[in-house]
Write a protein that binds this ligand. Structure first.
Ligand code: WTA
Length: 644
């Protein structure tokens, strides 16, 4: 673990102010959140801050009535923020648009009317399959305005993946675009949507935003153009915001787990909004003068919380970019920071490592003096990348705010806090838990792991941003998050706490991969592979990758009658791309005669991991729990001669 003295270094400890704030939140959480929640506008104040009578189904701000779109827009347009820019948007082609709070407010009202006219009611689910364009936050806010629940699906997912999510959520409407752009090429979103919707009986209408401008097929009676619907609604349309219960769901977002299909993480309105508001304030201390840039796609939780809700709740200006980070040149992002005067830049370790590889000169060409803080999210940041980010991008002036959190947590959980007190930073550590969060590193037996020893990160306290449940699957919610250590939230992350109490993350402890920061379950890739006619069995594991953090590698047993070949590898890759999406495509496919299994039939995943990382038999024969050295040797022999 590397440590270093930074200009803001004093001593490695939580800091007095930060400790006090944290203690206050732990001592009397109800009092603490009763005060904090008042930063937002409520139509009715809660009767109870936290109802924990039915653990682990915690309820926040019970009896409270609130509306997300009201808090993001209506609140601001009656102040001097009315004509403040909400989004500076830039497309890959270089086109720039600005949207003020008032303009966004008007668009959201009109689109809310469109949805109402299509019969959308409170509690209905609306699926979104859109690129990073202003219509996306518009659609999200219009949905929440009328109490509908949005279900965004990352636009890199395949038709099958989109259909699965729409069907699980039972969405009525799908909003998509004709196409989007990636490295100058068109991504055919409408075409993919058409394939998906064929399998989605609940979808009544498909609303299509004209963006790429290419020809698309519009199905009579089902497909409607966004601009045509909007043109029929007067520009001064006002749709009163629906006061929803604090505990009504605001959105579902599907994410990968260890087993089965992706799970619909359900967030409640009041708790989520309060948590997102405060975490953004605590971590980055955002203010009215900031130009905030979170590079995440809105299709992931980071985009939901910190491209849409967090910044809009604070009424700050965000920069939003749709396109590839290195197109047409490796300095596209630095150039954007310079041109738009970005003050806080929040991105992933994968992006940082990619830019590091391109070379310092691409960064140094640009005047980045407007930056005051830099953020990192999505995967552990290695100290080399941290230091490069700190020195070359931030010129040793900007603190690195490494924020650890998950789709399930709604917002940041462990992070430095510019908005409370900045503790001395250690490159690679996310520092300490935020107020309200009691985090612990447990060993296998549910005991606190000794300092410096790897264990599992758990959270022992409820917090307002926590998921409410998994959509229509409360049993799975209980089992996945509160089953491993009875009644305590299990994160599935490996972590270490060091001698100063700093937390270091070491990646997932389950079969979930973080490929370039994107969360994907090995089980989804395995199911995609075995759905191909040639595949009898498949096991997917993560392999360390210098840029992407990790990449999937697949071990495949073919059905009789099929023989390993490069053509078949290519075909299987194509099949995974079509079934799940590009992020799931294995970096390598290794054909074997048999998968190594223990006597009880469990795949020896650690053995597979050791094989791809180039370990010797001596290193690996003791790896697998419950498997003897002989079993491992035998399994290795049986796997056959195609090992890479
Ligand atoms: C990982 C993304 C280390 C972690 C917000 C977690 C991180 C998973 C960090 C959740 C970080 C996220 N340091 N690891 N700063 N941030 N992770 O749901 O493994 O897409 O469990 O949410 O990302 O991924 P998700």
């Amino acid at each position: 673990m590397s440590e270093m003295s930074l200009p803001f270094h004093v001593k490695f400890e939580p800091g007095k102010i930060r400790s006090e704030e944290w203690s206050k939140s732990i001592k009397d959480p109800e009092k603490y959140w009763d005060e904090k929640a008042r930063a937002l506008s409520w139509f009715r104040t809660w009767d109870k801050v936290l109802d924990d009578s039915n653990k682990p189904f915690y309820k926040w701000f019970v009896g409270g009535k609130i509306n997300a779109s009201y808090n993001c827009l209506d609140r601001h347009v009656v102040t001097e923020k009315k004509n403040k820019v909400a989004y500076i948007w830039e497309g890959e082609s270089g086109e720039v648009k600005t949207v003020t709070y008032y303009q966004l407010y008007k668009e959201v009202n009109r689109f809310a009317k469109v949805l109402q006219d299509l019969g959308v009611k409170k509690g209905d689910r609306i699926a979104l399959y859109l690129p990073m364009i202003p219509e996306l936050p518009t659609a999200m806010l219009a949905a929440t305005r009328i109490g509908a629940i949005h279900v965004m699906v990352f636009s890199g997912f395949s038709a099958d993946a989109l259909a699965d999510r729409i069907n699980d959520a039972g969405a009525k409407i799908l909003i998509t675009a004709d196409g989007s752009f990636r490295r100058g090429k068109i991504v055919e979103l409408k075409k993919t949507s058409d394939v998906a919707v064929e399998k989605c009986p609940t979808i009544e209408k498909v609303i299509v935003v004209k963006y790429s401008g290419q020809q698309v097929q519009m199905k009579e009676g089902r497909d409607l153009w966004y601009h045509e619907l909007m043109s029929k609604v007067p520009s001064n349309t006002y749709v009163p915001p629906e006061p929803v219960d604090s505990t009504d769901p605001i959105f579902l977002l599907y994410t990968s787990g260890t087993t089965g299909k992706p799970k619909g993480v359900q967030h409640g309105t009041g708790g989520y909004l309060v948590w997102v508001y405060w975490t953004l304030k605590w971590a980055f201390d955002v203010n009215d003068k900031d130009i905030w840039w979170c590079t995440a796609d809105i299709g992931w939780i980071t985009g939901h919380s910190y491209v849409v809700y967090g910044p809009l709740l604070h009424g700050i200006t965000s920069f939003m970019y749709d396109g590839a980070p290195d197109y047409p040149q490796p300095d596209r992002w630095w150039d954007a920071i310079e041109r738009h005067g970005v003050t806080i830049f929040y991105t992933s370790p994968t992006a940082i490592r990619m830019f590091m590889r391109f070379g310092d000169e691409w960064v140094l060409k640009h005047d980045l003096s407007t930056l005051r803080a830099l953020g990192s999210v999505g995967e552990p940041i290695n100290p080399e990348a941290w230091l490069w980010y700190y020195k070359v991008v931030g010129k040793e002036r900007c603190p690195i705010i490494d924020t650890w959190w998950q789709t399930e947590t709604g917002g940041f959980m462990i992070s430095p806090t510019l908005g409370i007190e900045l503790v001395p930073l250690k490159p690679g550590s996310a520092t300490y838990p935020l107020p309200s969060i009691v985090a612990e590193v447990y060993n296998d037996n549910g005991q606190p792991a000794p300092v410096g020893e790897r264990g599992y990160l758990v959270i022992k306290t409820p917090w307002p941003g926590m998921l409410q449940t998994l959509w229509r699957d409360p049993e799975r919610y209980k089992m996945v998050y509160f089953g491993r250590f009875e009644g305590i939230y299990y994160t599935s992350d490996y972590a270490i706490r060091d001698q100063d109490g700093y937390i270091w993350f070491l990646g997932r402890a389950d079969e979930v991969l973080k490929v370039a920061g994107h969360r994907i379950g090995t089980v989804e890739i395995e199911s995609a592979l075995v759905s191909h006619k040639s595949v009898a069995e498949a096991a997917v594991i993560g392999k360390a990758d210098e840029i992407k953090g990790e990449v999937p590698v697949a071990f495949v047993v073919l059905r009789s009658g099929f023989t390993p070949s490069d053509e078949l590898k290519a075909e299987l890759s194509k099949h995974v791309r079509a079934t799940v999406g590009p992020i799931a495509v294995p970096a390598d496919i290794i054909f074997v005669n048999k998968l190594p299994k223990t006597r009880s039939g469990k795949i020896m995943r650690r053995l597979l991991k050791a094989i791809v990382s180039g370990a010797t038999l001596g290193d690996i024969s003791t790896l697998e729990d419950g498997a003897s050295v002989e079993e491992v040797k035998k399994a290795l022999e049986e796997m056959g001669g195609h090992l890479g």
